[in-house]
Design a protein around this ligand. Sequence first.
Ligand code: FAD
Length: 509
Amino acid sequence: MAGRALKSNPAAAALWLGRRPPQALALPDAPAYHSAMDARSDPLLDRLAAIVGARNVLTDPAETRPYLVEPRDLFVGVARAVVRPGTTQEVAAIVRLAGETTTPILPQGGNTGLVGGNVPDQSGRMVVVSLQRMNRIRAVDAAGDTMTAEAGVTLAAAQEAAAAADRLFPLSLASEGTCTIGGNLSTNAGGTAVLAYGSARDLALGLEVVLPDGRIWNGLGRLRKDNTGYDLKSLFVGAEGTLGIITAAVLKLFPRPRASETALVGVPSPEAALALFRRARAAAGPALTTIELMPRIGIEFVLRHVPTARDPLATPHRWYVMIELTSPVAVGLDTTLAAILEGAIEAGEAEDATVAASLEQRNAIWLLREAISDMQKPEGGSIKHDISVPVAAVPELIARASAAADRLIPGIRPVPFGHLGDGNIHLNFSQPLGADKASYLARWDELNAVVHAITAELGGSISAEHGIGRLKRDLLPGVKDPVALDLMRTLKAALDPKGLMNPGAVLAE
Ligand code: FAD
């Protein structure tokens, strides 16, 4: 499903000046949108313009706005300027200038990140360095199954470039029409095909990075095996722009699937969904690309708010599983899927199932999964958790966290959905019917604490795939091993001694 463009909803925006929204405020014309300094009186801007050209230094609020608000409208930043370099050398010159003038900088890709590390803070001192103009596919090596892409290439464009060479780039996110390769690597993005192909880290062979001192590290190796010391690439993957600016990457490509089968299955419980997952894994092996869990309430939200959405099953079910099998060999997947579904129905793991008979039907099933998060918006406030636990603990996580949330906020509506096969559940909670949105969202931290405590007891993580950013930064010391945290601070200080790379994200300043 290439090219699903991200839709944002500025009309529903809330201005969030702290870590959570104490109240909803109108966005348009809010002073927070204006650049912190008058462009005419800021000599830094002349020097930036000398590097990238005046038209690529933005200070007009109408132009900078899309770079300052993140997709959920939870964080709104103030920037000294937004600068749009077109080459690695320009990025390096900007970083050197930032070092010389002690100017904090924020690398940005598609600005689809969900933890607030992608927009500047409120200080008005930060310069946003948007990589969007660096959007060239530098090379595709079909024989070697690699592609070298600049950081600002959108994920959809990378998928399309791979497909044009009869290859697959398997990273797949609902934001893929907008998010970029640089952002995907910097957040170590996951998505719906991790089960088969791994997350962004697993899909990169090499990187080109502008270091905080302005040097360019050319690590664009295409080797599948290279044991020559520390794995530097992995340092920058998942660093959320705090250690350097990724300017290009060598990505792994795979044989393009020749066959795919997609099913939506009604199941009685998360335990049954887990049994179905095990059955599908055993039967399909690496052909099982996607297995997603959805609750009925999530499906209802989509059916209620997306006019084109249809319920493909005759009667409602408490839970649903979306299964997708893919294979580069065009034989036998339909038989495998049919055997999985028949076995699951006989064993009571599944109540009903439908298999997509056309691309249109496949897209209709995917829509039900991918629109859930967005369709929580018209249902009022939603308090979100992107968490992971060992796969076998998913049912216990959902049951315990839902019960604890209801004790805390009676009538709260749990909407747990996501990547069952990775143990990664987006444990979102919609506000009780009729509740006041602002008062509900004011309990964000309280609910987080309850859910994160249960996650910790089950040996899980408070950030499965979205990262830490500014949203979870202050939670990190409570959950991370102190030695690991100390190592992270040591690395940050060694690479970025002036603390200019996305300060305040991941680690407190
Ligand atoms: P941005 O949002 O611009 O930046 C994200 C972080 O990376 C920031 O800290 C930024 O400073 C840093 N950064 C960006 N580019 C660079 C660079 N070139 N060098 C150094 N640092 C950089 N995420 C998932 O993992 N799985 C999902 O299934 C998923 N689904 C989503 C669905 C929707 C509808 C939305 C809105 C988001 C979703 N996300 C998902 C989150 C988001 O799309 C990913 O985190 C994505 O990888 C961010 O890419 P981006 O280019 O938008 O980065």
